[in-house]
Write a protein that binds this ligand. Structure first.
Ligand code: BGC
Ligand code: CA
Length: 349
């Protein structure tokens, strides 16, 4: 079985390495090669949905970086981006079609983390598979040597968000609005079942309790990463009279943090301390405006860079570990970084 996989992969590498030899030949020939078609690398990019602020940032970065690589390498990189519309069946059909059209590598933002069948499809077709942002189940990743995951560690995102709140709590009594020594919070959660929703939620709070802070959860609900849904939930909490009692709003991402801010502003309630994750452009504006206390940068550009480096290394037939920092042969981890108004000030001279 293993031998079959290995020989398949080396076949793929040979084919792909050919792409690069041709690219080099075309470059060496210089202007004289006007009629030579540049070699083409075809990359299928399957998004769980196009309607997601952070995920569409990654896709845009990938597109931009691919154009740069084309210039540098004298080749074409065709990205076929498809929108899974949050439906795993749709995404599987799209992957079938991308494979059928002969793509050289797949970058997949999987709809349902447990859909291991996707790995089997790519393995059978001998197409390297790079998951990103939505992390498949660890055991499934072992089903194929050319399955990779590029993303940030969900636990780290939660810990950094928790630390932002911890620092504010320790900075003085202002955060404890009712002066009872307990931190009253609400939690806006991402999609149920998403590693980032589960672990950010758990570790943001754990960071506070581990540091000895007494906390009280007033309410929590999922808003599926969406600003509109978060605004509706927060509005409901405000209508239930929670406005004065909420000291902190934890949101698993920035869009939901902004949704909560929308609701407080609309209800003309004083803003509590609100924290998000991602550091999207509108979130950084809200940090600068003093409405969002802080966020945790989710490195979308770093994810795109690592995916492209992996694709190019695999296509080149070289060891992917030489192109990216590979953990356990399958994982590329991008670091998170906390961002508050202080960090923005430091940047602007
Ligand atoms: C991001 C969210 C995004 C989600 C999609 C998370 O890592 O923080 O903004 O909606 O991924 O999978
Ligand atoms: Ca309190």
């Amino acid at each position: 079985m293993n031998r079959t996989i290995k020989s398949c992969c080396s076949r793929w590498r040979r084919k792909a390495a050919g792409v690069f030899c041709a690219a080099l030949a075309a470059l060496a020939a210089g202007c004289g090669a006007a009629e030579t078609e540049p070699p083409v690398l075809r990359v299928g990019v399957a998004l769980y949905t196009q309607d997601d602020t952070f995920v569409s940032t990654i896709a845009a970065e990938l597109e931009r970086m691919a154009r740069e690589e084309e210039q540098e390498r004298g080749m074409r990189i065709n990205l076929s981006v498809v929108d899974g519309r949050s439906n795993q069946t749709t995404q599987l059909e799209q992957v079938d079609s991308l494979i059928g059209r002969g793509c050289d590598a797949l970058c997949v933002n999987i709809v349902d983390r447990t859909a291991a069948v996707l790995i089997d499809k790519a393995r059978k077709a001998d197409v390297p598979l790079i998951f990103f942002n939505r992390q498949p189940v660890a055991e499934d990743m072992l089903r194929w040597e050319h399955a990779y995951y590029v993303g940030a560690k969900a636990v780290e995102g939660g810990v950094l968000q928790g630390r932002l709140v911890l620092e504010a709590w320790q900075a003085g009594p202002a955060l404890d609005r009712n002066g009872d020594g307990v931190l009253q919070y609400v939690m806006l959660e991402g999609e149920p079942g998403h590693q980032d929703a589960m672990l950010r939620t758990e570790y943001a709070v754990k960071t506070l309790t581990d540091a000895g802070v007494a906390v009280e959860k007033l309410a929590s609900d999922t808003a599926n990463w969406k600003r509109g849904q978060a605004m509706a939930k927060a509005r409901q909490w405000l209508e239930e009279g929670m406005g004065d009692a909420i000291e902190v709003v934890f949101a698993n991402n920035d869009d939901m943090a902004l949704g909560a801010i929308d609701a407080f502003k609309q209800a003309e309630e004083d803003l509590p301390l609100v924290v998000g994750v991602d550091a999207t452009a509108p979130a950084l504006e809200a940090v600068a405006a003093g409405e969002l206390y802080g966020t945790v940068r989710n490195d979308g550009a770093g994810i795109a860079r690592a995916m492209l480096d992996l694709v190019l290394a695999l296509a080149d037939g070289s060891d992917p570990a030489g192109a990216v920092e590979l953990e356990d042969g399958h994982y590329v981890w991008l670091p998170y970084r906390a961002v508050t108004a202080r960090d923005l000030e430091e940047k602007t001279p």
